[in-house]
Design a protein around this ligand. Structure first.
Ligand SMILES: Nc1ncnc2c1ncn2[C@@H]1O[C@H](COP(=O)(O)OP(=O)(O)O)[C@@H](O)[C@H]1O
Ligand SMILES: [Mg+2]
Length: 278
């Protein structure tokens, strides 16, 4: 379990050594249970990346505490174990790929762990197969599409066998096709590993077990995708956009109030609801 207890954070101005107490995280309390697929939504600048970096001790709370399976990130001696448990993927795949071929890149982490060759091979095959990149193993990463590069970056993290996978806007630099690839990969991972997917695209939350929304450093809402998508006015206030399907359902509902007893959150649900009512 990843647990944030009333975590506050502000960045210091290194040059003037001033502590600018502009709280980027403001008393955030969050629990992510083992096995969950949690999506965190929030507009640009709301504090999502700052929160992500607290999940494996890249940043340490200024107030409050973060624990991973009971290990406090404040204690330096816990950090190695914490980083084994929590794998982070960032938005720009180009900054995360270091080797000259796909397989060297994915094997890099396990090699650094000093694992036996056989185990490295096994993990490489497993990770490439999960992200469906076996056929690209000998390719140079810079020749791949954005979505493929991001899948390689994810494979590199999965090869370390983390218990928690934190994806910080892993889809935001990708074209629609690349985004689709990552979303379907995340759906496949659901249930086998804890996934904490951070995004400002609200439609990526449709399959989540739980959705959380951040705004201005505060956790402003938590619920099922349907509960969150129902908060139409707040979603606008938080600087997010309703998924097209849900927006369409809302407009239809305004005209025909009895059309949807429950709000459709996917195309299938919208079509089913319309077919049932006709
Ligand atoms: N290294 C940094 N130094 C100073 N301010 C920062 C730094 N990183 C982020 N910030 C500020 O913290 C706030 C939250 O940023 P961030 O956590 O990156 O939000 P998000 O990921 O939701 O876009 C923003 O106002 C941003 O400008
Ligand atoms: Mg960010």
């Amino acid at each position: 379990m990843i647990e944030f207890e009333q975590v506050s954070y502000w960045y210091s101005d290194v040059e003037s050594l001033l502590e600018i107490k502009d709280e980027v995280l403001n008393s955030v309390s969050v629990v992510i249970q083992k096995g969950e697929f949690v999506v965190l939504l929030g507009r640009n600048g709301s504090g999502k990346s700052t929160l992500a970096k607290h999940c494996n001790g890249l940043l340490i709370p200024k107030r409050g505490k973060v624990t991973i399976d009971g290990l406090n990130t404040m204690q330096a001696e816990n950090l190695w174990e914490i980083r084994q448990k929590v794998g982070l993927v960032f938005q720009n795949p180009d900054n995360q790929i270091i080797a000259t071929t796909v397989e060297e890149d994915v094997a890099f982490g396990p090699e650094n762990l000093g694992l036996p060759m056989e185990e490295i091979r096994r993990r490489l095959e497993e990770a490439l197969s999960i992200v469906d990149m076996q056929d690209f193993r000998r390719k140079e990463p810079h020749l791949l599409s954005g979505g493929q590069k991001q899948r390689v970056a994810i494979a590199g993290v999965l090869a370390m066998h983390p218990e928690y996978l934190v994806l910080d806007e892993a889809t935001s630099m990708l074209d629609p096709e690349g985004r689709g690839e990552i979303i379907s990969l995340v759906s496949r991972l659901k249930g086998s590993i804890t996934v904490f997917h951070i995004t400002h695209y609200i439609e990526e939350a449709v399959n989540a077990d739980r959705v959380m929304v951040m705004d201005e450093g505060r956790m402003v809402a938590q619920g099922t995708p349907r509960e969150i998508f129902n908060l139409r006015d707040q979603i606008v206030t938080w600087g997010l956009e309703l998924p097209q399907v849900t927006e369409t359902a809302w407009l239809l509902r305004e005209k025909y109030p009895h059309l949807f007893p429950t709000l459709p959150v996917s195309e299938t649900e919208l079509v089913d609801a319309l077919c049932l009512s006709s």
